[in-house]
Design a protein around this ligand. Structure first.
Ligand code: NAD
Length: 483
């Protein structure tokens, strides 16, 4: 089914236009009704508002905020809140659309949303940020753009669990006895309704996604690479929440070689490998990743994207890989940990060059997947694993004792105790979250890969979009159109 090609107006819309262009490329491989496709593509609700806050010096500043709810084929809608000076309506619409597709790809039953506040968080004190965050949350609540069953924000660029704690507290203060108030936002600190494993979830999901992509011998051979993650050379841009955890886990659990790291102040490169935790400690001590012992300093973050490596992971900002630098990128795989780091024109160049792009719409879905687990925890009012952990522990011990009784020779008492200690544990919350995340990311990659193979080898991004469109279209077909 051909959906109207991107119009000049759509292209000029920028980021949202680019998302819609990707949508169009995928939609033509489906046979859904045109009206349904238009509905999937449209952004349902957008609010833009301005509010005053008092700065610490007594002056008053007017702050602009946004929230876009892209699709209500599932409720609530879900998506992060970013604090950045360049946040605009086009960006929140685009990011909310990506959230709809992302949730569908990983079978998380939410529609997509995204919010933002136009500030550079570094220019405000903690007290000012608290006032901005609380007032932003208050405005969302007044406009019915937040709530466990309505719209559930989460952290994004420039925000973290501190901001989510302020939001949930504000919402709780103004809500009337809402038993599910804690589920109004995810990414909260563990003591305040958060789930263990949420902080690292996006980075860990990036790890599972890359590991899965590298596990197919034929796919890797087509790129001239060996199967597996061990010893692959990786360059990562952005050492924030997503980039730091992805890099750390890729190094520690995947055995990958992190050869380059880029941050705001510049980049460092060492072909023999950098130690992520040491780089972070060095940055804490000196205020910069530069001058890291043994590594070469690179002047700008953008230059680092062109360093020699097997896998390039942009994990900071959108639009960093463009038509201009795409021909110079040396990586065989680009893993989009950030949202929208590759422009659609650059994507065409990379496709021609046979670079495997693992798309954002799949790869950074670990955050929303674990947000879903947090939301479920809040609605059930019980920690995951609380009811079953001891039971599982005892069951494992019973099985070992039964094996002991059934074998001719008794286990040595000490050996039995050691075995029970080793295998006789019940899953705690973190274990369950990680296991659910690993299963989700692995299964979703296989679905996308199967579509890619079935559909004349379209790109992985197009296959991911086809997967999302199919699932959302089925939702609309099942529920019908109101009234
Ligand atoms: P963050 O604020 O924790 O980290 C961003 C990092 O990028 C910071 O360390 C910042 O200094 C660095 N940075 C900024 N400009 C840079 C530049 N030019 N070069 C190199 N580094 C630069 O944000 P985050 O939560 O890690 O989000 C990063 C990206 O991942 C965003 O695109 C976001 O939308 C996406 N994402 C985040 C989550 C999540 O759970 N946090 C989930 C999905 C997608």
């Amino acid at each position: 089914m051909e959906v109207s090609p991107p119009s000049a107006q759509e292209e000029s819309l920028g980021f949202f236009g680019q998302v819609n262009r990707m949508f169009g490329l995928a939609a033509k491989h489906t046979d859904h009704k045109l009206g349904i496709l238009y509905q999937i593509r449209a952004c349902d609700n957008i609010i833009r508002f301005e509010f005053p806050i008092k700065r610490d010096d007594g002056t008053i500043e007017v702050i602009r905020g946004y929230r876009a709810e892209h699709s209500h084929h599932m409720s609530p809608t879900k998506g992060g809140i970013r604090y950045a000076p360049n946040v605009n309506v086009d960006e929140v619409m685009a990011l909310s659309a990506l959230m709809s597709y992302k949730c569908a790809i990983v079978d998380v039953p939410f529609g997509g949303a995204k919010g933002g506040v136009c500030i550079d968080a570094r220019n405000y004190s903690e007290a000012e940020l608290e006032r901005i965050t609380r007032r932003y949350a208050f405005e969302l609540a007044r406009k019915d753009f937040i709530g466990a069953g309505t719209d559930v924000p989460a952290p994004d660029y420039g925000t973290g669990e501190r901001e989510m704690a302020w939001i949930v507290d504000t919402f709780t203060q103004i809500g009337d006895d809402d038993l599910n108030a804690l589920a109004c936002v995810t990414g909260k600190p563990v003591g305040q309704g958060g789930v263990r494993g949420r902080t690292e979830a996006t980075g860990r999901g990036v790890f599972y996604g890359i590991r899965k992509a590298c596990s197919y011998k034929d796919d890797m051979e087509a790129l001239g690479l060996a199967k597996g993650l061990a010893d692959k050379d990786i360059v990562i841009q952005g050492l924030g929440n997503v980039g730091y955890h992805a890099a750390r886990i890729l190094e520690e659990e995947g055995g990958a070689n992190i050869v380059g790291i880029a941050e705001i102040e510049g980049a460092i490169y060492d072909e023999s490998g950098l130690h992520v935790e040491d780089v972070v400690a060095h940055r804490e001590d000196t205020g910069s990743i530069l001058d890291y012992p043994g590594a070469e300093d690179i002047e700008t973050s953008a230059q680092a994207l062109e360093l020699p490596c097997d896998i390039l992971i942009p994990a900071a900002l959108e639009g960093v890989i463009t038509e201009d630098n795409a021909p110079r990128i040396q990586a065989s795989i680009i893993a989009e940990a950030a949202n929208g780091p590759i422009t659609s024109q650059a994507a065409d160049v990379l496709q021609e060059r046979d670079v495997l792009v693992i798309p954002d719409v799949y790869l950074n879905a670990g955050g929303v997947t674990v947000s879903y687990f947090e939301w479920l925890r809040n609605l059930s009012h019980v920690r995951h694993g609380r009811m079953s952990r001891r039971f599982e522990e005892r069951n494992a011990a019973r099985i070992l004792q039964a094996v002991d009784e059934l074998t001719a020779e008794d286990f040595d008492e000490e050996l039995l105790e050691r075995l029970i200690e080793k295998v006789g544990f019940g899953a705690g919350e973190r274990d369950l979250v990680q296991s659910g995340l690993e299963d989700t990311m692995t299964h979703a990659y296989d679905e996308i890969r199967a579509i890619r193979k079935e559909t004349n080898n379209v790109t992985t991004r197009t296959a991911a979009f086809i997967n999302a469109i199919d699932k959302i279209a089925k939702s609309y077909e099942r529920m019908g159109i109101f009234p």
